[in-house]
Design a protein around this ligand. Sequence first.
Ligand code: HEM
Length: 106
Amino acid sequence: MFMPERFFKDNGELDDDDRILAYGFGRRICVGKYVASSTMWMVIASILACFNIDKAQDDFGNDIEIDDRYLDVSPTCHKTPFKCSIVPRSDVWRSLIEEAMAEAKI
Ligand code: HEM
């Protein structure tokens, strides 16, 4: 369930619980978890800074709703396919993205 408030204390500040089960636990816990989490943070922040992510629209301009079904129920469950819209936030961002893609030869 999308419930970001689960990470807040009563006063609205973020709590200190940064445990992520994906990194394992105990003596074999992932030693790269700080690199991995910082990288994920930068990737997600960059995507959100560059793009507007929204529901896709049909030919009449109506939002295409996203159903809440999943293909499987497991720790790595996958969402059923859905349409969405991912567009650069502005022409300035578009040029920056194209520049970065050209540099990375994508
Ligand atoms: C999202 C990214 C990552 C996930 C989900 C992840 C997950 C894990 C998990 C679950 C383990 C424990 C395996 C076990 O219990 O035997 C582990 C171990 C390990 N990870 Fe990661 N990892 C990630 C990224 C990284 C990165 C970026 C590095 C290196 C920079 C790294 C280096 C290691 C090493 C060296 C171990 C072995 C630790 C040991 O056995 O003492 N991991 N990782």
